[in-house]
Design a protein around this ligand. Structure first.
Ligand SMILES: Cc1ncc(COP(=O)(O)O)c(C=O)c1O
Length: 370
């Protein structure tokens, strides 16, 4: 049987293994140590931000971002509907109420017009909005020029969930540096991985210091354990930071490879009128996952046929406003995410894929839509 082609498996090398072992051998087998310090410095340089805090997950980084942005219990947090649940879960962890906002068709990310409408509505109602969280979906940056203007107009902090967009650029800077705080994930399916991990990107050292303090159980400086407020156990291990540094050094190659894969999909499917690859020539994004839209074709039939050929694909995100768990939450939608969920599919895009793997996916997809 042919080997299964996965959507976005971890791409790890001998160099990463050695980095992990070196960190182990250094004796710093703890969530503190020189690899963490160096990883934070290197990420800050790469993302062009003042300071970075390495954490145990992107979700932990989102939670800290909301807390540092000043989100309070009972606040509303405007979240992108068309994404993974982590943003909304972080809002819930803060005791806030997620309100789901639809996407614009150009970027598939938060529609600034809808954000403005919702902020105006909440202002009229006298509801406090603690933050707006924009997501850079599938690696493509949201429209931060417009989102920042809208958030400034209403004096609401903007947070960038760049979990999927490390290595991308927005209009004028690397992904992750927009908004008051940025969030990265190094989960196993991301463009670089520490098996599990994340980071909070900050524009000042004071915020980063506070995040580090909260992430280490809010322990005060004292010989004994002294606490004046509650915190979390959210720090990344020094071993994984060692692996993260090795992965970060390979990030430009990973981005190049994912872009090549997307480009080849676009070429190989170009003559199919009912299949379109989303923004295949985008020079600014990291091409984390190649997404296609199917017109007048049953998306689930295609997915199952690919599956039969040992190819993993996945429907585009099911919007949060359609999730049973959020059936009571408010939303402001325009039909974009529901339509994309109905007709869109993510194709295998991992940088581990060989050229032959990509051709196998193209052939199988052509058969499935014939
Ligand atoms: C958009 C987005 N935000 C947040 C996360 C959460 O990151 P983590 O899994 O590291 O907690 C993910 C994925 O995992 C994601 O895709």
């Amino acid at each position: 049987m042919e080997e299964r082609i996965l959507l976005s498996p971890p791409h790890v090398t001998e160099r990463d293994r050695q980095a992990l072992i070196d960190a182990f051998d250094s004796g710093w087998v703890a969530p503190a140590g020189p690899e963490i310090d160096a990883f934070e410095r290197e990420l800050a340089e790469f993302c062009d931000v003042e300071a970075v805090v390495a954490l145990s997950s992107g979700t932990a980084a989102l939670q800290l971002a909301l807390q540092l942005a000043g989100v309070e219990r009972g606040d509303h947090v405007l979240c992108q509907s068309f994404t993974f649940i982590a943003t909304a879960n972080a809002a819930l962890a803060a005791g806030a109420v997620p309100v789901f906002i639809d996407s614009e068709s150009a970027t598939w990310n938060l529609d600034p017009e809808l954000v403005a409408e919702e902020l105006a509505f909440r202002a009229r109602n006298g509801d406090r909005v603690g933050a707006v969280v924009a997501v850079d979906l599938y690696g493509r940056c949201a429209d931060y020029d417009r989102l920042a203007t809208v958030c400034d107009d209403f004096s609401v902090p903007l947070v960038e969930d760049a979990a999927e967009s490390l290595g991308s650029r927005g209009h004028d800077r690397p992904a992750g540096g927009y908004g008051q705080f940025g969030v990265l994930s190094f989960n196993g399916n991301k463009i670089i991985t520490t098996s599990g991990g994340g980071a909070l990107l900050c524009h000042d050292h004071a915020s980063a210091d506070r995040a580090r303090y909260l992430a280490t159980q809010a322990r005060q400086t004292a010989p004994h354990y002294e606490h004046t407020e509650s915190g979390y156990n959210f720090r990344l291990s020094n071993l994984l930071a060692g692996m993260g540094r090795s992965q970060l050094a390979q990030l430009p190659d990973r981005v190049d490879r994912r872009r090549q894969i997307r480009h080849r999909y676009a070429e190989g499917l170009a003559d199919l009128e009912r299949v379109s690859v989303f923004r295949p020539q985008d020079p600014s994004d990291n091409a984390w996952l190649t997404c296609i839209e199917l017109t007048d074709i049953d998306r689930e039939k295609v997915r199952l046929e690919l599956d039969q050929s040992e190819i993993e694909s996945r429907p585009l995100w099911k919007p949060m406003h359609l999730q049973p768990v959020f059936s009571d939450n408010a939303n402001r939608v325009n039909g974009t995410s529901e339509a994309l969920f109905g007709r869109g599919l993510c194709l295998p895009s991992g940088s581990v894929m060989s050229d032959d793997d990509v051709e196998r996916v193209i052939d199988a997809l052509r058969r499935a839509v014939a």
